[in-house]
Design a binder for this molecule. Structure first.
Ligand SMILES: CC(C)(COP(=O)(O)OP(=O)(O)OC[C@H]1O[C@@H](n2cnc3c(N)ncnc32)[C@H](O)[C@@H]1OP(=O)(O)O)[C@@H](O)C(=O)NCCC(=O)NCCS
Length: 184
């Protein structure tokens, strides 16, 4: 197995690290999930081999061009990739803020994992990516994600009515934001 280039500890058995070609099988397994599809915007359903190939290739190219990781695998020492967290569209040095997102494989929900992963990512973003502001848009019917953000100090900055359109349905969203100075 290839050794990930960057490894950032979340807790004893979990860490953030680079997305690898070898993550394809885990993506296909974990993203074959309506529950994850329903509360996210950019994950296709059904999730196909071509989707995994495309996304992995984009991630690897992005890292090569930027010279910085902006999106990570959430890795369990035994199970490998169990989730993803990152700001796919962020280009290093071009903006002071970034929108980020995350998902966790269904069997791992409710154990505090994403709360800890977000804490680790926020620290990385404010130090290594030189960001001053992070935002996240959460569907109004996703209280678990809102809670993860609130537990990490994010402030509810707005209720966005009919902000997203998914499968023909208009969806209200909550905008959460965190400033680097909020953590000082
Ligand atoms: C949202 C998600 C990342 C949460 O990950 P997780 O590791 O289970 O989250 P945590 O265990 O760290 O924290 C979840 C919190 O939400 C709370 N929660 C869960 N379901 C809830 C509900 N229906 N109503 C209110 N709170 C809820 C939990 O009690 C916990 O808070 P607590 O620690 O104060 O008790 C995960 O469910 C997921 O991947 N969902 C699908 C993808 C997604 O929604 N991504 C985010 C898009 S914005």
């Amino acid at each position: 197995m290839t050794t990930p280039e960057l490894k950032i500890k979340i807790c004893d058995n979990l860490h953030l690290s680079s997305i690898l070609e070898s993550d394809k099988a885990a993506l296909l397994k974990h993203l074959d999930s309506k529950e994850i599809y329903n509360t996210t915007l950019n994950i296709p359903s059904p999730y196909l081999v071509a989707d995994a190939d495309f996304w992995i290739r984009k991630r690897i190219e992005h890292t090569r061009k930027q010279g910085k990781e902006v999106t990570f695998a959430i890795r369990d020492d035994d199970a490998g990739l169990i989730g993803v967290i990152g700001a796919d569209g962020y280009e290093f040095g071009l903006n002071h803020r970034a929108e980020f997102g995350y998902w966790l494989a269904r069997p791992y929900w409710g154990k505090g994992i994403m709360t800890d992963a977000v804490k680790t990512y926020v620290h990385y973003a404010f130090t290594e990516l030189e960001l001053l502001r992070l935002t996240a848009h959460v569907f109004a019917f996703n209280p678990a994600s809102a809670r993860v953000l609130e537990k990490n100090g994010f402030k509810l900055e707005g209720h966005l009515r009919k902000h997203f359109c998914k499968d023909g349905n208009l969806i209200d969203a909550h905008l959460y934001g965190l400033l680097k100075e909020d953590l000082l």
